[in-house]
Design a protein around this ligand. Sequence first.
Ligand code: NAD
Length: 245
Amino acid sequence: MGRLEGKVIVMSAAAQGIGRAAAIAFAREGALVTATDINEEKLKELASYPGIKTRVVDVTKRDQIEALAKEFDHVDVLFNVAGFVHHGSILDCAEADWDFTMNLNVRSMYLMIKVFLPKMLARKSGNIINMASVASSIKGVVNRCAYSTSKAAIIGLTKSVAADFIEQGIRCNCICPGTVDTPSLRERIQARPDPEQAMRDFLARQKMGRMCTAEEVAHLCVYLAADESAFITGTEQIIDGGWSM
Ligand SMILES: NC(=O)c1ccc[n+]([C@@H]2O[C@H](COP(=O)([O-])OP(=O)(O)OC[C@H]3O[C@@H](n4cnc5c(N)ncnc54)[C@H](O)[C@@H]3O)[C@@H](O)[C@H]2O)c1
């Protein structure tokens, strides 16, 4: 019997990185996972895993989220993962960068929760997990202005939802990783003027001498999705190898 046996899980950004690792870990524990992303090609790789079905959904589009929600009688766990990293201080951040970041990182979670929460309330049972970051209200990080602002908003959104619906059987927590070795992190390093130096800089700030793996974050995702964490709500779960201590 898996730790998530029979749980219906809907999640975003499942095609790669932390989302992909979490989708696989959820399914391995017996969950029925609907893995969504905008990257249809990469998403296809997940379709062969037992327990995972895939859907192409842009989480910034309300109509696409509503169409997805129509497929479900009930959802046990909603896992909002989609996010984008803008590199730079406030002076490097054009209005378009700011708006793009807030739209993808924060407004998408607002939309997903607004659409799926009523299904959870109807059964007085639901579990929402949002992907934040320690680069947020937890830690000031150089060149992460728009990103950290958006992730701090996700912590606020998480606590707000948790407080509003705790008496109706809803839990809401967020995950705050440090630096996780994912394809997008590798792309960000490659995009720097000196990628080798950028990699050295990323490693130099790791107090444990290495980055987190997506699989390590997935372990925490499984715990938060499982009934083992039933008494945990309104929290930010830090997984950063001591970076923010
Ligand atoms: N990698 C890290 O170091 C790190 C650290 C802390 C927090 N996080 C957060 O974890 C989450 C996942 O990061 P990652 O690095 O594992 O993933 P990633 O950046 O490698 O992948 C993100 C996925 O989101 C998808 N996506 C982008 N726009 C979308 C949209 N509009 N609708 C649906 N899907 C969309 C992409 O296709 C991609 O598959 C993000 O919210 C990120 O901010 C990452």
